[in-house]
Design a protein around this ligand. Structure first.
Ligand code: ZN
Length: 239
């Protein structure tokens, strides 16, 4: 079985459309949250992913857009975008987002947005930050997003080690792994290209990928919709 991993699409339709062809023939697609927030097309992105029949968990932006929950934790630009998305989405779309689970289990993986300790809010940048989640996990492996930086950590029962993420090279999952596919719609590792990963559950590997998309087109749509300029500019920088 092969599984596409995506996260933090953030209403960036052009970026999602650049990624989806690579996932078309895979058995499943897992989405680690923050499907909305920040970008120009929350409704079209939701529709496309629902039509694809993905497994999806909730991110902090999904909750904030749908229910207002956690909005007070956001910076001004993020909150402004979340309020706009709340207006743009209809009642069915908001109910769908509000009903997303905080975690989901699939095969021997648990899906979450931040971490298994705090699914909505904890950022896992460093291996040591992942240790508590490995201890808490009821599955061997887990997937997250939230940092907008691709990551692959391995747990040997005592400590967590970071694997160097190299695109297009299969990485062995080992005994227990955390995989963060990075962000489709707003990468923050200095590379503006959309990020995703593919799990091969038979070969027990994960392969990371980047794909170029029309960043300028998304930026034009954002300016037209009067989304905060800071959010527009960061797409080109990948920060
Ligand atoms: Zn995010």
């Amino acid at each position: 079985m092969k599984v596409g991993l995506i996260s933090d699409v953030h209403a960036n339709l052009a970026a999602l459309e650049a990624v989806l062809p690579a996932l078309a023939r895979l058995d499943e697609v897992w989405v680690m949250g923050d499907t909305v927030g920040y970008g120009p097309e929350p409704s079209a992105v939701l529709l496309l992913l629902r039509e694809r029949g993905v497994r999806m968990v909730a991110g902090n932006h999904d909750r904030a857009v749908a229910t207002g929950q956690g909005l007070g934790e956001f910076n001004g630009a993020a909150a402004a975008a979340a309020r706009l998305h709340h207006e743009w989405l209809d009642a069915d779309e908001r109910a769908f987002l509000a009903g997303l689970p905080a975690t989901d289990e699939r095969s021997d993986f648990t899906l979450c947005h931040g971490s298994l300790v705090d699914p909505m809010w904890e950022y896992v940048f460093e291996p040591k930050e992942a240790a508590n989640s490995f201890q808490r996990a009821v599955t061997n492996n887990w997937c997250n997003g939230h940092t907008h930086v691709p990551a692959h950590f391995l747990w040997d029962g005592n400590r967590v080690a970071a694997e160097r993420v190299q695109p297009r090279v299969p990485h062995a999952l080992g005994e227990r792994a955390m995989v963060n596919p990075g962000s489709v719609g707003q990468p923050r590792d200095g590379i503006p290209d959309a990020s995703y990963a593919i799990l091969d559950l038979d070969a027990r590997t994960v392969t990371f990928h980047r794909v170029k998309y029309d960043v300028a087109a998304t930026q034009r749509r954002m300016r037209k919709l009067r989304l905060p300029e800071m959010l527009v500019e960061r797409l080109a920088a990948g920060r």
